[in-house]
Ligand binder design. Structure first.
Ligand SMILES: [Zn+2]
Length: 95
């Protein structure tokens, strides 16, 4: 709930850095959801930091190599909405 301001990101999340291949989750990241690969897309997992509440998407490609973490701008519900709508949505929501 509420707005997420990247200025309040904790130092561990800042160190994580977006889209860095092979980054590993830091100790305060908790996994919220894991999404099975569907053929077009690899495995992805949603994490939330228990310190600063930042959500991160960890993505793997079809060949299961880690693509790193991407900042997820919404919350867990937004994520589920995006997953379940994705079969009908042709354009990605704006970042
Ligand atoms: Zn954090």
């Amino acid at each position: 709930m509420g707005t997420l301001d990247s200025a309040v990101m904790c130092s561990m999340c800042r160190a994580l850095g977006p889209s860095k291949a092979s980054s590993v989750a830091h100790m305060h990241l908790r996994i919220l959801f894991q999404d099975e690969p569907d053929g077009k897309r690899g495995l992805q997992s949603l994490y939330q930091c228990s310190v600063c509440r930042t959500c991160w998407l960890q993505q793997f490609d079809k060949w299961e190599s880690c693509l790193g973490f991407k900042l997820w701008p919404g919350n867990a519900e937004d994520y589920l909405g995006a997953i379940y709508d994705s079969s009908q949505v042709k354009t990605m929501p704006s970042k």
